[in-house]
Design a protein around this ligand. Structure first.
Ligand code: ZN
Ligand code: ZN
Length: 420
């Protein structure tokens, strides 16, 4: 593909705002991962939604809370800014002529990497992809907006929810589709109960928060009856089968007991240690602590089951250890946290105490210009599933991870002594 075509493709699918259809001017990124010009967004919000403090994203209709200070409070999308500069810089350098010897686009390092070079992605040997499965589309067994992912500890089957089609698709561990079923409500996160059933976070399902299904798609029960304003999203189950559910509507976290009756609720909107801003996803670590992606605050928070704040890490940015709308996460046996750092097109790993320790997956824009990792899950100890999503792309990728690479380093004092 010639460089003029590449520029055109970049302009059309990556660098133009879908409100004004022009090249981005001061691009602002929303928590749903869509980006618009600051002025376009301000016009859109103030003309219709200013007084109510939240608005639907013009593309995906997700309800977005307006930050204090209005539209300017959304973070700048530095990746897009850098990309605009790189593309327009190269356009100036090349005029409108086709560059004869530009490298090919498909997966090779082309203009995007001009940006990535100063993007401070950690140097780390890329992990091996052993499998890619799932397909974008509207028909049976295809996906449009994959959202939740859970692996059955009993069968290794992989359950993927689609919040665009409101379906659940079941894959074998090797990525073959077993079957899929549709729900008559909105579906978000998914977890596997101790009894081997599916627990789905639902919306527009009366006022229920959760529905329980068999793995074959028969509805068994629904839970919660007063949750109409919640806009619930993520779910994880503790070792004692308590359900932890995040709420985008209330910026809080609900803990339901093992019979899925409400027990604890904590959190409210803000930036402090008791606050959240769009907490999309949650995972549970080996100590039954909650690990929450506080996406709109670009940080990960750890809380105890009673809601007590333990620690937080990460801040907005694209340098090593920084986050830009972190989405799905999972925790390994060392309590390391694997985070889909969506708007940085990578998966980062942090130790239990929040130190950055690796970037096992990066540069996901190589699979498509707007393809971001939105969720992660472990298939086995050493196989990480990464859910990728773009405007016309969906895929689950399985990476072999050397789990010992991220094992906590023993300090010399702790060296095992075999003589006593
Ligand atoms: Zn615009
Ligand atoms: Zn959106």
């Amino acid at each position: 593909m010639a460089s003029a075509d590449i520029r055109e493709q970049l302009e059309d699918s990556f660098l133009s705002c879908s409100i004004c259809l022009q090249t981005f001017n001061r691009p602002k990124a929303l928590p749903c991962l869509h980006t618009f010009c600051a002025d376009c967004l301000r016009d859109y919000v103030t003309s219709r939604y200013d007084a109510i403090g939240h608005f639907p994203c013009p593309i995906c209709r997700q309800n977005i809370a307006l930050p204090t200070g209005g539209v300017s409070g959304f973070p700048n999308n530095h990746f897009i800014i850098g990309l605009c500069d790189a593309v327009h810089g190269s356009q100036r350098a090349h005029g409108t002529q086709e560059g004869a010897s530009r490298p090919k686009w498909s997966g090779e390092r082309t203009p995007l990497l001009l940006v990535a070079q100063n993007n401070h992605f950690a140097e780390e040997k890329p992990n091996q992809i052993i499998r890619r499965f799932g397909q974008y589309g509207n028909t049976q067994n295809q996906m449009r907006q994959p959202t939740g992912i859970a692996v059955s500890p009993y069968t290794d089957d992989i359950f993927v929810t689609d919040s665009g089609l409101n379906t659940v698709t079941v894959f074998t561990a090797t990525g073959n589709v077993i079957h899929s079923f549709a729900c008559d409500c909105s579906v978000r996160g998914v977890a596997i109960t101790r009894g081997g059933t599916l627990l789905l976070v639902v919306s527009n399902a009366g006022n229920s928060l959760l529905r329980e299904y068999t793995i074959h798609g028969e509805q068994l029960a629904s839970y919660g009856s007063f949750y109409s304003q919640e806009n619930p999203f993520g779910i994880a189950l503790t070792s004692r089968n308590q359900a932890v559910v995040t709420s985008l509507g209330q910026n809080c976290v609900h803990i339901l007991n093992s019979r899925f009756k409400p027990s604890v609720r904590f959190g409210s909107k803000g930036r402090g240690s008791t606050h959240f801003s769009m907490p999309y996803y949650v995972a549970i670590n080996a100590d039954d602590e909650l690990v929450i992606a506080d996406s709109g605050n670009h940080r990960i928070k750890i809380h105890k089951l009673d809601g007590t704040f333990v620690r937080e890490f990460g801040k907005q940015g694209s340098k090593v250890g920084e986050l830009f709308y972190p989405m799905g996460l999972c925790v390994d046996r060392y309590k390391n946290v694997f985070v889909a750092d969506a708007n940085n097109f990578r998966v980062q790993v942090f130790s239990a105490t929040g130190n950055f320790i690796g970037t096992p997956v990066k540069d996901t824009f190589e699979y498509g210009l707007d393809v971001k990792p939105v969720n992660v899950a472990f298939l086995r100890d050493n196989v990480l599933l990464v859910m990728l999503r773009g405007s016309r792309f969906c895929e689950i990728q399985a990476y072999v991870i050397d789990s010992e690479k991220y094992a906590p380093k023993k300090s010399p004092k702790w060296t095992d002594c075999f003589c006593c």
